[in-house]
Design a protein around this ligand. Structure first.
Ligand SMILES: NC(=O)c1ccc[n+]([C@@H]2O[C@H](COP(=O)([O-])OP(=O)(O)OC[C@H]3O[C@@H](n4cnc5c(N)ncnc54)[C@H](O)[C@@H]3O)[C@@H](O)[C@H]2O)c1
Length: 445
């Protein structure tokens, strides 16, 4: 379902009218295309110590980027594609001024769909002033993200451990993170090997995606396959034809599975035993809505949503952890929602499950880390254009689309890209986290 308003305001006449009347002017976002460079221009790299570390510069040059450490080295009229500031040295509020000094001229020269990334250290309880200063970065980045225009984003990376930094920076700089905006991301310790080929980070991996017959699940299957994985797509029997089409498209296999059925974990394990040599990636994407105000909610509307969206994930994870089907560096990615943070009128049942998923990943992280070096994380999409959201009334949908800093809905592929990154070997230091893919939605961002 295309966003006609976005297309209109990106036409010459529409753009002029929207500008004159003061209407939102969402930009067409830079998204990943095979063969495109990681960034369409140079990356300006700085540090609050005065000079960016050689290791950080090397990381960017290894990724094929043109690195500049001063705007004086950027030709007149040329824009930078990204601005990265290493702010890990900060210990006092007074030192925060260094961010303004570096970022103010940097963002003025930022090109369309540009990236601002700030690296910080997470607060650790050792010193109050230091922790307050570190946490201040969150407010700066979230506010800056709201100021950027033309599809540009700002995100904060808390670097408790550097193992996952190369993969995280590549993700955030690339078009893969088009709809990730105003988010803090914690990188902890973990095994995070670089892939042999950054274009095929999932080569040789086996992935299973639930609810993959359409919408976000189908997009996830496509992106995991594009990145090299062998994909098993699972969905209800009644989604059979659509599921077969997705399986054919991604060169994968189809599994008819009602994730809420009591026998679902055993059926899934039996399938893995029969057809694979173990599971590397599991994406709990299947989900339903049965919206009603709490006062009018019927027991079956409540129960079905809890069963499909939350209990199924708990059951399947428990069975997998007990089995020999998980590999040493398995990745589980669960679909939550910004409703899990912010709540939503008419969605007490759905909100329960999406907040429950957040609790589930936080609480399961140590069990997965203890299983080789596996991880479990959640993605919380904001407003994504799918058949689920197409059923909303037109006016509500139009308003919801403009409620983010990027002034547009995300696409299923935006969620899929984040899932693929969290599923990759290089993301091994990200565990028990919830990443919002919401364009910095005003609700629940
Ligand atoms: N679309 C959004 O804006 C949005 C926002 C936040 C979160 N999400 C979450 O993303 C996920 C996918 O959403 P979507 O918009 O693509 O939904 P969708 O309704 O388009 O697709 C959901 C798929 O799950 C399948 N499914 C439903 N019940 C199942 C079951 N019991 N067993 C197996 N498969 C089952 C359906 O057949 C369907 O193919 C859901 O978990 C949803 O809650 C979506």
């Amino acid at each position: 379902m295309s966003d006609r308003y976005l297309n209109l305001v990106n036409s010459p006449v529409g753009s002029a009218v929207a500008s004159r009347v003061g209407l939102p002017r969402p930009s067409v976002l830079r998204r990943f295309k095979a063969g495109d460079p990681l960034l369409p221009g140079p990356v300006l790299v700085g540090s609050t110590t005065g000079r960016p570390s050689a290791a950080l510069k090397k990381l960017f040059t290894q990724a094929g980027l043109e690195v500049v450490d001063s705007l004086e080295k950027v030709a007149d009229g040329e824009r930078v594609a990204a601005v990265v500031l290493d702010a890990r040295s900060l210990t006092t509020p007074a030192e925060l001024a260094a961010l303004r000094e570096f970022l103010a001229p940097g963002v003025k020269r930022l090109g369309p769909s540009g990236r601002v990334i700030v690296l910080g250290l997470p607060a650790d309880g050792a010193d109050i002033t230091v922790d307050a200063t570190r946490q201040a970065l969150d407010g700066i980045v979230r506010s800056l993200a709201k100021e950027l225009r033309l599809g540009s984003t700002a995100n904060l990376v808390w670097v408790a451990d550097e193992a996952s930094l190369p993969a995280a920076l590549r993700f955030l700089l690339s078009g893969r993170s088009a709809y990730v905006d105003g988010q803090p991301l914690l990188l902890g310790p973990g095994t995070a090997p670089a892939p042999a080929d950054w274009d095929q980070p999932l080569a040789g991996k086996t992935a299973l995606v639930t609810g993959a017959a359409r919408g976000i699940g189908a997009a996830i299957a496509r992106v995991l396959a594009r990145d090299g994985a062998n994909v098993i797509v699972a969905d209800l029997t009644q989604a059979g034809e659509a599921l077969a089409r997705v399986a054919n498209e991604v060169g994968g296999t189809a599994l008819h599975l009602d994730v809420a059925a009591a026998e679902a974990p055993q059926r899934l394990l039996a399938h893995l035993t029969a057809y694979t040599s173990g599971l590397d990636i599991l994406v709990h994407n299947a989900g339903i809505t049965r919206d009603k105000l709490m006062a009018n909610m019927k027991p079956e509307q409540w129960d079905s949503v809890i069963a499909v969206n939350l209990q199924s994930q708990l059951n399947i994870n428990a069975a997998l952890l007990d089995s020999d089907q998980l590999n040493d560096q398995s990745r589980v990615v669960c679909l939550s929602s910004t409703t899990g943070f912010a709540g939503n009128r008419g969605q007490t049942n759905y909100g329960a499950t999406k907040a429950g998923v957040i609790g589930l990943v936080r609480s399961s992280a140590s069990a997965f880390a203890a299983h080789g070096a596996s991880t479990i994380n959640a993605i919380a999409p904001g407003f994504i254009d799918t058949e689920m959201t197409a059923s909303m009334p037109l006016a509500t949908r139009e308003v919801a689309r403009r409620l983010s800093s990027l002034q547009q809905a995300g696409l299923p592929v935006d969620v899929a890209e984040a899932v693929a990154w969290l599923s990759s070997p290089g993301a091994g230091g990200v565990n028990g986290q919830v990443l919002r893919v919401c364009g910095q939605n005003l609700v629940g961002a």
